[in-house]
Design a protein around this ligand. Structure first.
Ligand SMILES: Cc1cn([C@H]2C[C@H](O)[C@@H](COP(=O)(O)OP(=O)(O)OP(=O)(O)O)O2)c(=O)[nH]c1=O
Length: 187
């Protein structure tokens, strides 16, 4: 696999790309994450992954492909991103308790001429969480930098009764779809 740029500060995305065997250099980009009125969750996560990749293309020193990705948690029509505070994390986890939600991850590859995006939707079902259990989890700090205020790869995995779809997409980068995207883009 040829080397690429990764426009992401997420340690999970770097680990997953390493697991795929893709050599990469990280680029530091800043993208404002704000859903527009009437923008669907899928359109929103797609746009963010594209904005991240295109912000990387702008600062990349050469024309290697740039990968950008975004992950959101969706319950009903409501998009849950990273919690703004421990109190907000408590509200989010209370909403997720005892029911199913969707996790959508979009991945974009772009260079100065082309842009391609794949999105993956996974359904995750949580067991019932008591307020005490939620508070204890928040004390670990694990929820604070994660969409939906949990990490399936960490202690948040203890809450997952069922997952239908891609585990790696929930963690932040769908391995199969990213490999296919890279293969198609570089062929
Ligand atoms: C649901 C879930 C999300 N997450 C993480 C993946 C993402 O890093 C984060 C969602 O935030 P994002 O805004 O997608 O990504 P980021 O800000 O961490 O990184 P960057 O924009 O620089 O690429 O939540 C987990 O690690 N485990 C989970 O189970």
């Amino acid at each position: 696999m040829s080397p690429i740029y990764l426009a992401s500060a997420s340690p999970r995305r770097a680990e997953l790309l390493t697991q795929l065997g893709v050599p990469f250099t990280r680029l530091a980009t800043e993208v404002v994450e704000q859903q527009k009125p009437n923008e669907s969750p899928l359109d929103y996560v797609t746009r963010l992954s594209q904005d991240k990749a295109l912000a990387g293309v702008k600062i990349a020193p050469d024309n290697r492909p740039v990968l950008g990705a975004d992950t959101i948690v969706v319950i009903g029509d409501l998009v849950l991103e990273k919690p703004l505070s421990p109190r907000h994390a408590f509200e989010i986890l209370t909403q997720l308790s005892g029911r199913s939600h969707q996790v959508i991850t979009a991945v974009t590859l772009a260079d100065s001429l082309r842009i391609t995006t794949r999105s993956v939707q996974t359904t995750v079902t949580f067991c019932h969480l008591s307020p005490e259990r939620i508070s204890q989890y928040i004390e670990t700090q694990e929820p604070m930098d994660k969409a939906g205020a949990y990490g399936i790869q960490g202690l948040g995995g203890n809450f997952v009764r069922e997952i239908q779809g891609s585990y790696s997409a929930v963690v932040g980068l769908p391995l199969v779809e990213t490999f296919e995207l890279l293969t198609d883009f570089q062929s």
